[in-house]
Design a protein around this ligand. Structure first.
Ligand code: F6P
Length: 328
Protein backbone atom coordinates (compact mmCIF):
# COMPACT_ATOMS: atom_id res chain seq x y z
CA UNK A 1 0.00 0.00 0.00
CA UNK A 2 1.44 3.37 -1.02
CA UNK A 3 0.17 5.54 1.83
CA UNK A 4 0.69 9.12 0.68
CA UNK A 5 -2.82 10.10 1.64
CA UNK A 6 -3.54 11.31 5.17
CA UNK A 7 -6.91 13.01 5.09
CA UNK A 8 -9.88 11.87 2.99
CA UNK A 9 -13.02 13.97 2.60
CA UNK A 10 -16.37 12.31 1.91
CA UNK A 11 -19.62 13.81 0.63
CA UNK A 12 -23.01 12.74 -0.71
CA UNK A 13 -24.51 14.55 -3.68
CA UNK A 14 -27.56 14.44 -5.97
CA UNK A 15 -30.72 12.51 -5.11
CA UNK A 16 -30.44 10.66 -1.81
CA UNK A 17 -30.52 6.86 -1.84
CA UNK A 18 -30.90 4.26 0.91
CA UNK A 19 -27.43 2.98 1.77
CA UNK A 20 -25.67 6.36 1.55
CA UNK A 21 -25.27 6.46 5.34
CA UNK A 22 -23.92 2.91 5.34
CA UNK A 23 -21.38 3.95 2.69
CA UNK A 24 -20.27 7.02 4.67
CA UNK A 25 -19.90 4.77 7.72
CA UNK A 26 -17.73 2.32 5.78
CA UNK A 27 -15.51 5.15 4.49
CA UNK A 28 -15.10 6.63 7.97
CA UNK A 29 -14.40 3.26 9.58
CA UNK A 30 -11.93 2.28 6.83
CA UNK A 31 -10.11 5.57 7.40
CA UNK A 32 -9.97 4.81 11.14
CA UNK A 33 -8.73 1.28 10.40
CA UNK A 34 -5.90 2.61 8.21
CA UNK A 35 -5.10 5.52 10.58
CA UNK A 36 -6.22 8.19 8.15
CA UNK A 37 -8.14 11.36 9.00
CA UNK A 38 -11.64 11.61 7.60
CA UNK A 39 -13.44 14.87 6.89
CA UNK A 40 -17.19 14.88 6.36
CA UNK A 41 -18.53 17.49 3.95
CA UNK A 42 -22.13 18.56 4.52
CA UNK A 43 -24.57 19.35 1.66
CA UNK A 44 -22.53 17.82 -1.14
CA UNK A 45 -20.61 20.05 -3.53
CA UNK A 46 -22.34 23.13 -2.14
CA UNK A 47 -20.86 22.38 1.28
CA UNK A 48 -17.48 21.90 -0.38
CA UNK A 49 -17.73 25.42 -1.82
CA UNK A 50 -18.95 26.89 1.47
CA UNK A 51 -16.46 25.02 3.66
CA UNK A 52 -19.14 23.11 5.60
CA UNK A 53 -16.74 20.48 6.98
CA UNK A 54 -16.53 18.34 10.11
CA UNK A 55 -13.91 15.83 11.22
CA UNK A 56 -15.46 12.36 11.52
CA UNK A 57 -14.20 9.46 13.60
CA UNK A 58 -15.32 5.86 13.96
CA UNK A 59 -17.83 6.83 16.67
CA UNK A 60 -19.35 9.66 14.56
CA UNK A 61 -21.03 7.01 12.41
CA UNK A 62 -22.58 4.88 15.13
CA UNK A 63 -26.18 3.83 14.48
CA UNK A 64 -26.32 5.12 10.92
CA UNK A 65 -26.02 1.88 8.94
CA UNK A 66 -29.77 1.31 9.24
CA UNK A 67 -30.88 4.86 8.42
CA UNK A 68 -32.25 6.02 5.06
CA UNK A 69 -31.25 9.35 3.49
CA UNK A 70 -27.83 10.83 4.25
CA UNK A 71 -26.80 12.46 7.54
CA UNK A 72 -24.25 14.52 5.57
CA UNK A 73 -27.23 15.91 3.59
CA UNK A 74 -27.27 16.32 -0.18
CA UNK A 75 -27.75 19.02 -2.79
CA UNK A 76 -27.69 19.38 -6.55
CA UNK A 77 -25.21 22.29 -6.59
CA UNK A 78 -25.42 24.76 -9.47
CA UNK A 79 -22.37 26.67 -8.19
CA UNK A 80 -20.17 23.59 -8.61
CA UNK A 81 -20.99 23.67 -12.35
CA UNK A 82 -18.93 26.88 -12.54
CA UNK A 83 -15.13 27.02 -12.63
CA UNK A 84 -15.16 29.63 -9.83
CA UNK A 85 -17.24 27.34 -7.64
CA UNK A 86 -14.89 24.42 -8.17
CA UNK A 87 -11.86 26.64 -7.47
CA UNK A 88 -13.41 27.73 -4.15
CA UNK A 89 -14.07 24.07 -3.32
CA UNK A 90 -10.43 23.15 -3.98
CA UNK A 91 -9.24 26.07 -1.86
CA UNK A 92 -11.37 24.80 1.07
CA UNK A 93 -10.00 21.29 0.73
CA UNK A 94 -6.46 22.63 0.83
CA UNK A 95 -7.23 24.85 3.82
CA UNK A 96 -8.51 21.81 5.69
CA UNK A 97 -5.53 19.65 4.78
CA UNK A 98 -7.64 17.25 2.72
CA UNK A 99 -5.67 15.36 0.09
CA UNK A 100 -8.32 13.07 -1.49
CA UNK A 101 -12.08 13.07 -2.03
CA UNK A 102 -14.76 10.36 -2.08
CA UNK A 103 -18.06 11.34 -3.68
CA UNK A 104 -21.18 9.24 -3.19
CA UNK A 105 -23.89 9.81 -5.79
CA UNK A 106 -25.07 9.26 -9.35
CA UNK A 107 -24.11 10.46 -12.82
CA UNK A 108 -24.38 14.21 -12.05
CA UNK A 109 -22.11 13.72 -9.04
CA UNK A 110 -19.58 11.80 -11.12
CA UNK A 111 -19.63 14.41 -13.88
CA UNK A 112 -18.72 17.08 -11.30
CA UNK A 113 -16.02 14.81 -9.87
CA UNK A 114 -14.48 14.28 -13.28
CA UNK A 115 -14.22 18.02 -14.00
CA UNK A 116 -12.85 18.64 -10.52
CA UNK A 117 -10.11 16.03 -10.63
CA UNK A 118 -9.07 17.09 -14.13
CA UNK A 119 -8.82 20.76 -13.15
CA UNK A 120 -7.10 20.29 -9.80
CA UNK A 121 -4.45 17.97 -8.58
CA UNK A 122 -6.53 15.92 -6.17
CA UNK A 123 -7.45 12.23 -6.36
CA UNK A 124 -11.20 11.61 -6.52
CA UNK A 125 -13.05 8.32 -6.21
CA UNK A 126 -16.80 7.76 -6.71
CA UNK A 127 -19.26 5.39 -5.05
CA UNK A 128 -22.39 4.81 -7.18
CA UNK A 129 -25.56 5.63 -5.25
CA UNK A 130 -28.88 6.20 -6.96
CA UNK A 131 -32.11 4.26 -6.86
CA UNK A 132 -32.20 4.38 -10.70
CA UNK A 133 -29.31 1.89 -11.16
CA UNK A 134 -28.33 3.89 -14.25
CA UNK A 135 -24.53 3.85 -13.96
CA UNK A 136 -22.32 1.84 -16.33
CA UNK A 137 -19.68 -0.58 -15.10
CA UNK A 138 -21.43 -1.64 -11.90
CA UNK A 139 -24.09 -4.32 -11.62
CA UNK A 140 -25.82 -2.38 -8.83
CA UNK A 141 -25.94 1.12 -7.45
CA UNK A 142 -26.65 1.81 -3.78
CA UNK A 143 -30.33 2.22 -2.99
CA UNK A 144 -31.64 0.35 -6.00
CA UNK A 145 -32.38 -2.89 -4.15
CA UNK A 146 -34.17 -1.07 -1.32
CA UNK A 147 -36.21 0.97 -3.81
CA UNK A 148 -37.21 -2.19 -5.67
CA UNK A 149 -38.46 -3.75 -2.47
CA UNK A 150 -40.39 -0.58 -1.61
CA UNK A 151 -42.01 -0.53 -5.05
CA UNK A 152 -42.96 -4.20 -4.99
CA UNK A 153 -44.50 -3.81 -1.54
CA UNK A 154 -46.50 -0.80 -2.74
CA UNK A 155 -47.74 -2.56 -5.88
CA UNK A 156 -48.73 -5.63 -3.85
CA UNK A 157 -50.99 -3.32 -1.83
CA UNK A 158 -52.37 -1.65 -4.93
CA UNK A 159 -53.13 -5.11 -6.33
CA UNK A 160 -55.47 -5.78 -3.41
CA UNK A 161 -57.65 -2.87 -4.49
CA UNK A 162 -57.23 -3.63 -8.19
CA UNK A 163 -58.52 -7.16 -7.76
CA UNK A 164 -61.25 -6.27 -5.22
CA UNK A 165 -62.72 -3.68 -7.59
CA UNK A 166 -61.79 -5.24 -10.96
CA UNK A 167 -59.76 -2.16 -11.79
CA UNK A 168 -56.92 -1.27 -14.11
CA UNK A 169 -54.12 0.53 -12.26
CA UNK A 170 -51.33 2.50 -13.90
CA UNK A 171 -48.47 2.80 -11.42
CA UNK A 172 -45.69 5.32 -12.07
CA UNK A 173 -42.25 4.50 -10.69
CA UNK A 174 -39.01 6.53 -10.80
CA UNK A 175 -36.44 6.20 -13.58
CA UNK A 176 -35.87 9.17 -15.88
CA UNK A 177 -33.56 7.40 -18.31
CA UNK A 178 -33.47 3.83 -17.07
CA UNK A 179 -36.22 1.23 -16.82
CA UNK A 180 -34.46 -0.95 -14.23
CA UNK A 181 -36.87 -0.15 -11.40
CA UNK A 182 -39.93 -0.54 -13.66
CA UNK A 183 -38.83 -3.76 -15.33
CA UNK A 184 -37.69 -5.56 -12.21
CA UNK A 185 -40.48 -4.38 -9.92
CA UNK A 186 -42.96 -5.11 -12.72
CA UNK A 187 -41.79 -8.70 -12.91
CA UNK A 188 -41.58 -8.99 -9.12
CA UNK A 189 -45.07 -7.63 -8.58
CA UNK A 190 -46.61 -9.53 -11.50
CA UNK A 191 -47.54 -6.53 -13.67
CA UNK A 192 -49.40 -7.14 -16.92
CA UNK A 193 -47.34 -4.59 -18.82
CA UNK A 194 -44.25 -2.47 -18.21
CA UNK A 195 -43.35 0.75 -20.04
CA UNK A 196 -39.71 1.82 -19.91
CA UNK A 197 -37.57 4.62 -21.40
CA UNK A 198 -35.37 2.18 -23.36
CA UNK A 199 -38.30 1.15 -25.61
CA UNK A 200 -40.72 3.30 -27.53
CA UNK A 201 -43.23 0.70 -28.65
CA UNK A 202 -44.82 0.85 -25.21
CA UNK A 203 -48.26 2.24 -25.94
CA UNK A 204 -49.12 -0.18 -28.73
CA UNK A 205 -47.82 -3.10 -26.75
CA UNK A 206 -49.79 -1.87 -23.75
CA UNK A 207 -53.02 -1.84 -25.81
CA UNK A 208 -52.27 -5.33 -27.15
CA UNK A 209 -51.57 -6.58 -23.62
CA UNK A 210 -54.85 -5.21 -22.39
CA UNK A 211 -56.68 -7.02 -25.20
CA UNK A 212 -54.89 -10.25 -24.38
CA UNK A 213 -55.57 -9.89 -20.68
CA UNK A 214 -59.28 -9.37 -21.36
CA UNK A 215 -59.46 -12.41 -23.65
CA UNK A 216 -57.62 -14.60 -21.15
CA UNK A 217 -60.17 -13.77 -18.46
CA UNK A 218 -58.18 -11.35 -16.28
CA UNK A 219 -60.45 -9.07 -14.30
CA UNK A 220 -57.88 -6.61 -13.04
CA UNK A 221 -54.55 -5.38 -14.34
CA UNK A 222 -51.48 -3.48 -13.25
CA UNK A 223 -49.32 -1.55 -15.67
CA UNK A 224 -46.00 -0.24 -14.38
CA UNK A 225 -44.83 2.95 -16.08
CA UNK A 226 -41.31 4.36 -15.67
CA UNK A 227 -41.45 8.17 -15.35
CA UNK A 228 -39.13 8.57 -18.36
CA UNK A 229 -40.99 6.24 -20.75
CA UNK A 230 -41.08 7.50 -24.30
CA UNK A 231 -44.72 7.45 -25.42
CA UNK A 232 -44.84 11.24 -25.17
CA UNK A 233 -47.78 11.01 -22.76
CA UNK A 234 -47.65 11.39 -19.01
CA UNK A 235 -49.31 8.72 -16.90
CA UNK A 236 -52.61 10.63 -16.63
CA UNK A 237 -52.71 11.10 -20.40
CA UNK A 238 -52.02 7.39 -20.83
CA UNK A 239 -55.01 6.60 -18.60
CA UNK A 240 -57.14 9.00 -20.65
CA UNK A 241 -55.90 7.41 -23.88
CA UNK A 242 -56.96 3.94 -22.72
CA UNK A 243 -60.35 5.10 -21.50
CA UNK A 244 -61.16 6.68 -24.89
CA UNK A 245 -61.23 3.28 -26.57
CA UNK A 246 -61.93 1.10 -23.52
CA UNK A 247 -64.69 2.74 -21.54
CA UNK A 248 -65.27 -0.59 -19.80
CA UNK A 249 -62.09 -0.18 -17.72
CA UNK A 250 -62.32 1.38 -14.28
CA UNK A 251 -58.90 3.06 -14.35
CA UNK A 252 -56.89 4.54 -11.50
CA UNK A 253 -53.44 6.14 -11.53
CA UNK A 254 -50.95 5.87 -8.69
CA UNK A 255 -47.68 7.84 -8.71
CA UNK A 256 -45.34 6.33 -6.13
CA UNK A 257 -42.92 9.31 -6.09
CA UNK A 258 -40.38 9.89 -3.37
CA UNK A 259 -41.46 7.05 -1.09
CA UNK A 260 -39.18 5.08 -3.43
CA UNK A 261 -36.13 7.03 -2.26
CA UNK A 262 -36.69 6.74 1.48
CA UNK A 263 -36.58 4.08 4.14
CA UNK A 264 -34.12 1.86 5.89
CA UNK A 265 -31.70 0.21 3.45
CA UNK A 266 -32.08 -3.49 2.69
CA UNK A 267 -29.38 -5.87 3.92
CA UNK A 268 -28.15 -6.11 0.33
CA UNK A 269 -27.63 -2.33 0.16
CA UNK A 270 -25.92 -2.23 3.56
CA UNK A 271 -23.44 -4.93 2.57
CA UNK A 272 -22.88 -3.35 -0.84
CA UNK A 273 -22.31 0.06 0.80
CA UNK A 274 -19.79 -1.48 3.21
CA UNK A 275 -17.85 -3.16 0.39
CA UNK A 276 -17.83 -0.02 -1.78
CA UNK A 277 -16.88 2.29 1.10
CA UNK A 278 -13.91 0.15 2.10
CA UNK A 279 -13.03 -0.28 -1.59
CA UNK A 280 -13.03 3.51 -2.11
CA UNK A 281 -10.59 4.19 0.73
CA UNK A 282 -8.32 1.34 -0.37
CA UNK A 283 -8.38 2.58 -3.99
CA UNK A 284 -7.14 5.99 -2.81
CA UNK A 285 -4.42 4.58 -0.58
CA UNK A 286 -3.36 2.42 -3.54
CA UNK A 287 -2.85 5.59 -5.55
CA UNK A 288 -5.97 5.37 -7.75
CA UNK A 289 -7.90 8.41 -8.93
CA UNK A 290 -10.78 9.20 -11.26
CA UNK A 291 -12.39 5.82 -10.71
CA UNK A 292 -15.74 4.61 -9.53
CA UNK A 293 -15.78 1.66 -7.15
CA UNK A 294 -18.41 -0.70 -8.54
CA UNK A 295 -19.53 -4.28 -8.12
CA UNK A 296 -19.42 -6.86 -10.90
CA UNK A 297 -20.20 -10.54 -10.36
CA UNK A 298 -19.97 -9.93 -6.56
CA UNK A 299 -16.43 -8.54 -6.85
CA UNK A 300 -15.39 -4.95 -6.19
CA UNK A 301 -14.14 -3.37 -9.43
CA UNK A 302 -12.55 -0.06 -10.47
CA UNK A 303 -14.18 1.66 -13.44
CA UNK A 304 -13.07 4.98 -14.91
CA UNK A 305 -15.48 7.79 -14.00
CA UNK A 306 -15.67 8.58 -17.69
CA UNK A 307 -16.94 5.11 -18.55
CA UNK A 308 -19.35 5.12 -15.61
CA UNK A 309 -21.17 8.19 -16.89
CA UNK A 310 -20.67 8.00 -20.66
CA UNK A 311 -20.98 4.36 -21.69
CA UNK A 312 -24.43 3.30 -22.91
CA UNK A 313 -26.17 0.69 -20.84
CA UNK A 314 -27.99 -2.13 -22.63
CA UNK A 315 -31.51 -3.17 -21.81
CA UNK A 316 -31.56 -6.64 -20.25
CA UNK A 317 -33.43 -8.44 -23.05
CA UNK A 318 -33.78 -11.57 -20.96
CA UNK A 319 -35.76 -9.62 -18.37
CA UNK A 320 -38.08 -8.29 -21.05
CA UNK A 321 -38.57 -11.82 -22.40
CA UNK A 322 -39.36 -13.15 -18.93
CA UNK A 323 -41.80 -10.28 -18.32
CA UNK A 324 -43.62 -11.09 -21.57
CA UNK A 325 -43.86 -14.78 -20.80
CA UNK A 326 -44.95 -14.47 -17.19
CA UNK A 327 -47.68 -11.93 -17.92
CA UNK A 328 -49.75 -14.09 -20.32
O1 F6P B 1 -32.01 10.13 -9.85
C1 F6P B 1 -32.83 9.69 -8.83
C2 F6P B 1 -34.23 10.23 -8.97
O2 F6P B 1 -34.97 9.73 -7.89
C3 F6P B 1 -34.93 9.97 -10.30
O3 F6P B 1 -35.46 8.68 -10.41
C4 F6P B 1 -35.97 11.05 -10.30
O4 F6P B 1 -36.35 11.35 -11.60
C5 F6P B 1 -35.26 12.19 -9.67
O5 F6P B 1 -34.25 11.65 -8.86
C6 F6P B 1 -36.14 13.10 -8.84
O6 F6P B 1 -35.35 14.13 -8.35
P1 F6P B 1 -35.82 15.23 -7.30
O7 F6P B 1 -35.91 14.57 -5.96
O8 F6P B 1 -34.77 16.26 -7.35
O9 F6P B 1 -37.17 15.70 -7.74
Amino acid sequence: MTNKINNIAVLTSGGDAPGMNAAIRAVVRACAYYNLDCTGVYRGYQGLIEGDFEKLNARSVRNVINRGGTFLKSTRSLDFKTKEGRAKAYENLQKNGVDALIVIGGDGTFTGALYFSQEFNIPVVGIPATIDNDISGTDYTLGYDTALNTVVEAIDKIRDTASSHNRLFLVEVMGRDAGDIALNSGIGAGAEEILIPEEDEGVQRMMDSLEKSKKSGKTSSIIVVAEGEKSGKNIFQLAEFISQTHAEYDIRVSVLGHIQRGGSPSCFDRVLASKLGVGAVEALTDGKSNVMIGIHHQKVVHVSLERAIKEDRELDKELRRVANITSV
